[in-house]
Design a protein around this ligand. Structure first.
Ligand code: SF4
Ligand code: SF4
Length: 305
């Protein structure tokens, strides 16, 4: 049950001195690693032992990224087992749901951006406005399963401040409201991590997240984004720019990529070498890259156009 939705008083702050296990999840380019570095520094500033591990092999391709941060008097393993995360921070809604089982039942704190980054594979129908195969749980349903939960449109808050990439710092501000760490420690860590030119916006984003969480902790009805719509359509697909390269010297013309491209945008030329016939139709799904037996294709995607 959501403590935030069933108590009149604000939930107690997490006792950092006893140690903490925090998972941070999202997709490449969202700033997962900045949050985990900030938490590692916070742990160190409390005089605790810190261990951190991360997976970010697909980070530059919009792939899944996650990080475990553990701190305490003594920490042996850098990874968090299922059901043992005190906090799960999700920078993308469906990613948060995917890792929910890692959160401590009854007591875990779930903090999620309701922003959706819908993968091309979720698009089963190309009809305009067709629904997508994407997580359909509402924030209210999810928050009811966790000890304490907050779901907000952190990206919109950050965009309103002038920099949508500061959504991760908004979420850090939300987390700070649930931890017994001094404001001075948080500010020192932000000043260490944020480059000088984005320091001011990061401080504003942190304060905005903190203010949002303070309000939500005082009024449970504010702890989830009431405007969140579970019906996902093509309009929710993020703007992605794709760089698709075929190494002609390595292509042996097997035709696999041509046959299996879901968008039918590849073909073989007169030399039996694959080429991108319809670049405007390419979604950057990576299928051709993964299936080419000769590693002749390189697909790079970046969020934003
Ligand atoms: S990445 Fe490859 S398989 Fe996917 S749409 Fe583009 S060309 Fe087709
Ligand atoms: S799968 Fe690879 S080798 Fe086969 S046609 Fe495509 S690029 Fe060439």
């Amino acid at each position: 049950m959501s403590a935030a939705s069933h108590t009149e008083t604000a939930p107690a702050a997490l006792d950092t001195t006893r140690g903490l296990n925090v998972m941070v999840v999202g997709v490449g380019g969202q700033g997962v690693l900045m949050i985990s570095k900030a938490l590692a520094l916070i742990g160190q500033r409390q005089g605790l032992q810190v261990k951190q591990s991360e997976v970010h092999g697909m980070a530059k391709r919009g792939g899944v990224v996650f990080s475990h941060v553990r701190f305490g008097a003594e920490v042996w393993s850098p990874t968090i087992a299922r059901g043992e995360a005190d906090v799960l921070i999700a920078l993308e809604w469906a990613e948060g749901l995917r890792w929910l089982e890692f959160l401590r039942p009854q007591t875990g704190v779930f903090i999620a951006d309701t922003r959706r980054i819908v993968p091309p594979f979720a698009c089963r129908s190309r009809r305009h406005g067709a629904p997508m195969a994407y997580a359909r749980e509402t924030p209210a349903e999810v928050l009811d399963k966790v000890g304490e939960g907050y779901a907000l449109d952190a990206t919109a808050i950050a965009r309103g401040l002038g920099e949508s990439r500061a959504a991760n710092t908004v979420l850090l501000g939300v987390l700070s409201a649930s931890m017994d760490v001094s404001a001075a420690d948080w500010l020192a860590v932000l000043e260490t991590l944020a480059p000088p030119k984005s320091r001011a916006i990061n401080l504003k984003a942190f304060e905005a997240g903190r203010a949002w969480a303070d309000a939500a902790r005082g009024d449970p009805s504010l702890s989830f984004d009431a405007g969140f719509d579970t019906h996902v359509t093509q309009a929710d697909l993020p703007d992605v720019s794709v760089r698709h390269t075929i190494n002609a010297a390595w292509c042996k013309g097997c035709d696999i990529c041509v046959k299996l491209c879901p968008e039918r945008c590849l073909a073989l030329n007169e030399h039996q070498v694959a080429y991108l016939k319809a670049p405007q139709a390419c979604t950057g799904c990576h299928v051709c890259e993964w299936l080419c037996p000769d590693f002749a294709i390189d697909v790079q995607t970046t969020l934003g156009t």
